[in-house]
Design a protein. Structure first.
Length: 409
């Protein structure tokens, strides 16, 4: 006996669509079958003897079905799973929506795919507008992305990328650009949010079970899954957190291998600012095989910093500033003020986030001052955007000391 769970209203209002879909699952010819109106409680319903299709039966309806000793096969389509006491009698399957992630009702209401997926998973989902062109530098990451696309055409399936490095260097931004470049939705696997649920491991399992079912229904779908600041789950973790982490590590280790219980096409990104707790408590987290690549994102080189400035000058329409002070002069001003405090050799003192913040402030001051905007305003912005290389020098030095474990960017 089959029990099909269908969210999409098309199954309840489009008989042809219903029969075509059910026939592909059951291998039964249902063209001559008329769905029973279980609310009628007529004699036909109480004396079933052949294959019958029922739509949204009540518990009382199901009890009548099982009192009939002559039934051969029941096919039930419902918004809900079968009652707990009857689940073992049915082969339970989820019917795919007519419009992929979207149900017919969502499609007609112009619900974005990212929002629909977000509602089902209970997690933040991003349909990223960014691409790799929005990133300055990061050549190794861009090269890996190009190689990955070519390898996938030959059947390769990536597991994941681990990104560690200085705060503000784009560890979270790169996965968004990666997802946008490859036109894949990004799922933010917020472990702290999952830990707040009544049963975190069941919640985690339900997320992967949903993606597993989607892969069965839509094998061409691909996702990016981001686990941000994963070191927060490691170190002074509670017993429940350690149990959760163990479950996650098992999935990360087995994904895209024959041993994995879940089959879906997604590449994982995990980020961390500080490896101290990971190296002290779970060094196996970093082993090869669990991650395809391990990258350390350092401060930008002078060349990459120029690329980043050019991106943000274009974004914030800052050509007016360059008419007053050239980019070379701005760089010289920043380096003269902060390079002496920068202990990281051959690197620009500003992180990408600080470069953007500097450009945003120029935009703010220009809009506030109008025609009175002058050279001194640019110099004041340099003085106000104090980099981590000055304010958190010891912490940065500890992070940079870990770069030997990774491919440095």
């Amino acid at each position: 006996m089959f029990w099909f769970i269908a969210e999409d209203n098309a199954y309840y209002h489009n008989k042809k669509f219903l029969y075509q879909t059910l026939s592909s699952y059951t291998k039964l010819d249902l063209e001559s079958t008329t769905p029973l109106n279980t609310q009628s409680k007529n004699k036909e319903f109480e004396n079933l003897s052949t294959t019958q299709l029922l739509i949204n039966p009540t518990l009382a309806d199901i009890q009548i079905l099982f009192k009939n000793p002559f039934h051969q096969c029941f096919i039930i389509v419902s918004n809900n799973p079968p009652p707990k006491d009857y689940q073992s009698f049915f082969s339970i399957k989820n019917l795919p929506n007519k419009y992929g992630i979207l149900t017919t009702q969502e499609y007609q209401s112009n619900v974005p795919e990212s929002k629909a997926l977000e509602n089902r998973l209970g997690l933040s989902v991003i349909d990223s507008p960014f691409t790799l062109q929005d990133i300055g530098g990061a050549t190794a990451l861009k090269k890996y992305t190009t190689q990955l696309l070519r390898a996938e055409q030959q059947g390769y399936k990536a597991k994941g990328i681990f990104l560690v490095g200085i705060p503000g260097t784009g560890k979270t931004f790169f996965p968004k650009c990666f997802a946008g470049e490859l036109k894949r939705m990004l799922i933010a696997l917020n472990l702290s949010q999952i830990m707040e649920s009544d049963s975190p491991i069941l919640k985690l399992n339900s997320i992967f079970e949903y993606l597993h079912q989607r892969a069965i229904d839509y094998p061409q779908e691909k996702f990016v899954i981001l686990i941000d600041e994963i070191e927060k789950m490691i170190g002074n973790a509670t017993a429940k957190e350690k149990q959760m982490l163990g479950r996650l590590l098992t999935i990360l280790n087995d994904i895209n291998t024959p041993a994995c219980e879940y089959k879906f096409n997604a590449i994982f990104f995990a980020t961390a600012n500080d490896l101290g707790s990971i190296l002290a408590n779970n060094p196996e987290f970093l082993r090869r095989g669990r991650w395809d690549e391990l990258f350390f994102i350092n401060l930008p080189t002078h060349e990459y910093a120029i690329e980043m400035f050019e991106i943000y000058i274009k974004k914030y329409k800052l050509d007016f500033a360059l008419e007053i002070m050239s980019l070379y002069e701005i760089f010289a001003e920043i380096e003269n003020k902060y390079q002496k405090d920068n202990t990281i050799a051959n690197r620009f003192p500003y992180t990408p986030a600080e470069i953007e913040n500097f450009c945003k402030r120029l935009d703010f001051v220009k809009k506030a001052e109008g025609e009175n905007f002058k050279r001194e305003d640019i110099i004041e912005c340099v003085e106000m955007i104090i980099p981590l290389t000055k304010s958190a020098q010891d912490g940065l030095n500890k992070m940079v000391a870990q770069k030997e474990l990774f491919i440095e960017i």
